[in-house]
Write a protein that binds this ligand. Structure first.
Ligand SMILES: Cc1ncc(COP(=O)(O)O)c(C=O)c1O
Length: 378
């Protein structure tokens, strides 16, 4: 059996062709294909504007910057995410405050958010873990009550929906990633989508050095070469090469999500009744994005199973090491892991099984068979 990785891009000839066309064009960056990708992404999620950048991490960074909060503000987020989520808080001189998760969805728990709010709290960044939308109604209610800004880290959740509405317009800003394992890919890439035109304009400045070309007659005599740097931005621009791949991939997002849902249902049929693991489920009126398929083990050691699966060419993984365990965070923050009993329990027992649209039913049979054998030997 070939190695089956936990996630993988699905690229076809149309994707390749659209990239070739851009390579032959005049615009490799800051060109019309980036605009096209932004418009199509915004239309797909039902938002007014999208701002494409070179990674999900960059998107999070400028989204936090665009909130314009006083330095040292507290932003509540989940510890059970990729480091980029809370790093964006640190890049901007703010303080990440972690709130424990819900054991079923592994998403931030609204009650835990409430417990962490104080006079310094200014925003919440919630993550739709694995593609399962958070308890968004409750989180929006908390934000309304306490006048907090909301960023939805939907890096796992493009194509997912909540109460019949696409993920993309629930928070002040929603973040997507187009890394190869994500719902669609641009190689590296990301985007912020928002309904607020002022935020979108600020995000566009911040992704490109904070430079504004509409400066009027700043240097006299109608100087056409003039530009001003009005904010401290970065170069986080997406290229047209990446955007061309994005435009082509976006056409297939619904097919990808359907395939991921079908494969998750096959997993449920094949391993749903194993007594030593809990398969992931959907809660509420949602469409799951199934970016990750994670199971919780009962009575089998995760590291033993991980090793066994890799010995059999199955690229199991662990999502995630809670952020507060990282050396950098331990050095700078005194966070007691025991204050996060659910995160700790889930982290001890969780393992990610491969799931991506290019997998076949035979791959799933092989993985299920290997799991069943593991159950009787480990
Ligand atoms: C939840 C989450 N947020 C942010 C990111 C960062 O995205 P990128 O890899 O595009 O920088 C990731 C990527 O893995 C992620 O999983």
């Amino acid at each position: 059996m070939r190695f089956i990785s936990y996630g993988h891009q699905s690229i076809d000839d149309d994707d390749i062709q659209s990239v070739i066309e851009v390579l032959k064009s005049d615009w490799l960056t800051t060109g019309p294909t980036v605009d096209q990708f932004e418009q199509e992404l915004a239309r797909y999620v039902g938002a007014r504007q999208a701002v494409a950048v070179n990674s999900g991490t960059s998107a999070l960074d400028i989204a936090v910057q665009a909130l314009d909060l006083p330095k040292g503000s507290e932003i509540i987020t989940t510890p059970f995410t990729f480091a980029a989520t809370s790093n964006a808080i640190l890049y901007n001189g703010h303080v990440p405050v972690f709130a424990d998760i819900d054991s079923t969805t592994r998403n931030i728990h609204p009650d835990e958010i409430r417990r962490k709010i104080n006079s310094k709290t200014r925003a919440i960044i919630y993550v739709d873990y694995a593609g399962h939308p958070c308890a968004i109604d409750e989180i929006r209610e908390i934000a309304r009550e306490h006048d907090l800004q909301l960023i939805e880290d939907a890096c796992h959740a493009l194509g997912a929906s909540y109460n019949g509405r696409q993920i993309g317009t629930f928070a002040d800003m929603t973040i997507f990633s187009f890394h190869p394992v994500k719902p669609i890919t641009t190689g590296e890439g990301g985007a912020v989508v928002t309904d607020d035109p002022e935020l979108a304009a600020r995000l566009k400045l911040l992704r490109s050095h904070g430079i504004d070309r509409n400066v009027g007659d700043m240097f006299g005599e109608g100087s056409q070469w003039a530009y001003d740097m009005v904010d401290l931005g970065r170069n986080y621009r997406m290229t047209d090469i990446q955007a061309a791949l994005g435009v082509s991939q976006l056409k297939k997002i619904d097919t990808f999500i359907k395939r991921r849902n079908d494969l998750a249902a096959v997993y449920e049929e094949m391993i749903g009744d194993l007594p030593w693991l809990e398969t992931p489920q959907c809660y509420g009126d949602i469409t799951h994005g199934w970016h990750l398929y994670t199971v919780l083990l009962k009575g089998i050691k995760r590291n033993d199973l991980y090793r066994h699966l890799h010995q059999n060419n199955i690229g199991a993984n662990v999502h995630y090491i809670p952020i507060y365990w990282f050396t950098y965070y331990r050095k700078h923050f005194q966070i007691d892991p025991q204050a996060f009993p659910v995160t700790e329990d889930v982290f001890d027992r969780i393992i990610t099984l491969p799931l991506h649209p290019a997998m076949t039913e035979r791959d799933l049979e092989y993985i299920s068979g290997t799991l069943k054998k593991a159950g009787s030997t480990l």
